[in-house]
Design a protein around this ligand. Structure first.
Ligand SMILES: Cc1cc2nc3c(=O)[nH]c(=O)nc-3n(C[C@H](O)[C@H](O)[C@H](O)COP(=O)(O)O)c2cc1C
Length: 341
């Protein structure tokens, strides 16, 4: 899988998820086998660039290259300016978001709302590519299959992207109106593959190594991009990569490894966010890691009352230690497998 001058180590990619794929999480995913990660979306409006949130999103310290930053907006000149700003902050690839159905993005006629305005899409793509080309920075596009099921224009958008010099296209197999409901479909992704030559990434509801294989085979896409299935499960990337390369299933992580990875994730998360935000924003990650484990949800309900990072870290460590000492509670096959592994 190539994006402009970059050859990725594999074709299993991390989807950008605002509020989830921050630098600590991206770094962990890359270490656990992801070939590439796109950062959370950064606003194209310069008035927002000084906010704490945006400054954090612009922090790429220690991140494995290529650093890819996603931008969103509806004004071609502002998008071009945002792209150059992010390149100056370390981005090596710029990704344009036309896939986000979030209200605050769509209200500004950006994100997937742009799918209604193909003329504007073209102007945005041209403006960003023209701004990035002299800097040697490839531009990618992430979008959905269309505005709604009656207006699926992914084929036309894909052609516009290719003509504008977009280096790779990611397609989520849902329309904007679908939000996250129903199931992603892969027929449109397959049709787009037949239409364009640039690298194509299939996204949507890929949750297992087997499904990744099936989606790649069916669509002919060059890579898969994983979002929600990686929440609390960053090792999914090595599992998928291993299966795609060998056809064999990699053993799940042991309790001990899971404990160490979560604690390491928390350490990095606290360093990144600081005490106040760190303890609060870590709760959702801990919840995802533990949601399928025996007694995990009950522990999380108690853990959510803790408001300092030291005690939160220790509570997680103690919980894993007690499970590893006393064994899991009955009724969770997944946990039994993990313990046996
Ligand atoms: C919490 C959350 C935040 C997201 N934020 C973004 C975003 O900032 N930019 C974007 O292009 N897509 C965003 N997405 C969409 C994902 O990148 C991905 O396209 C979608 O979740 C489908 O993939 P999945 O089924 O593997 O999760 C977000 C999804 C979720 C669940």
């Amino acid at each position: 899988m190539r994006i402009g001058p970059w050859t990725l180590p594999n074709n299993v990619l991390v989807a950008p998820m605002a509020g989830v794929t921050d630098r600590p999480f991206r770094q962990l995913c890359k270490r656990l086998g992801a070939g590439y990660a796109v950062s959370e979306m950064a606003a194209s409006n310069p008035r927002l660039w000084d906010s704490v949130k945006t400054s954090r999103r612009l922090n790429h310290d220690g991140e494995i290259d290529p650093i890819s930053v996603q931008i969103a907006g509806a004004d071609p000149a502002m998008m071009a300016e945002a792209a150059v700003f992010n390149v100056n902050k370390g981005a090596r690839i710029i990704d344009i978001n036309m896939g986000c159905p979030a209200k605050k993005v769509c209200n500004l006629a950006s994100g997937s709302a742009l799918l209604r305005h193909e003329d504007l899409i073209k102007r945005i793509l041209d403006a960003v590519v023209e701004a990035c080309a002299p800097l040697g920075i490839p531009v990618t596009l992430k979008t959905r299959t269309g505005w709604d099921r009656e207006h699926k224009n992914a084929l036309r958008v894909a052609r516009l992207a290719e003509d504008s010099g977009i280096a790779a296209l990611t397609l989520h197999g849902r329309t904007r109106a679908d939000l996250y409901t129903g199931e992603a479909e892969y027929d449109t992704i397959r049709a787009v593959r037949a239409e364009i030559k640039i690298p194509l990434v299939a996204n949507g509801d890929i949750t297992t190594p087997e499904k990744a294989r099936a989606v790649l085979d069916y669509t002919g896409a060059d890579a898969v991009m994983i979002g929600r299935a990686a929440q609390g499960r960053p090792w999914i990337f090595r599992e998928i990569d291993h299966f795609l390369r060998t056809g064999a299933t990699l053993a799940p992580p042991t309790w001990g490894e899971m404990r160490d990875l979560l604690l390491e994730h928390l350490d990095d998360h606290y360093r990144f966010y600081g005490e106040h935000t760190g303890v609060r924003s870590a709760r959702k990650h801990i919840g995802w890691y533990l949601e399928d484990l025996p007694g995990g949800p009950a522990f999380c309900a108690r853990m959510n009352l803790i408001d300092d990072t030291r005690s939160q870290w220790q509570a997680v460590a103690d919980w894993f230690d007690s499970i590893m000492r006393d064994g899991p509670q009955p009724g969770n096959g997944n946990a039994q497998t993990l313990l046996a592994a």
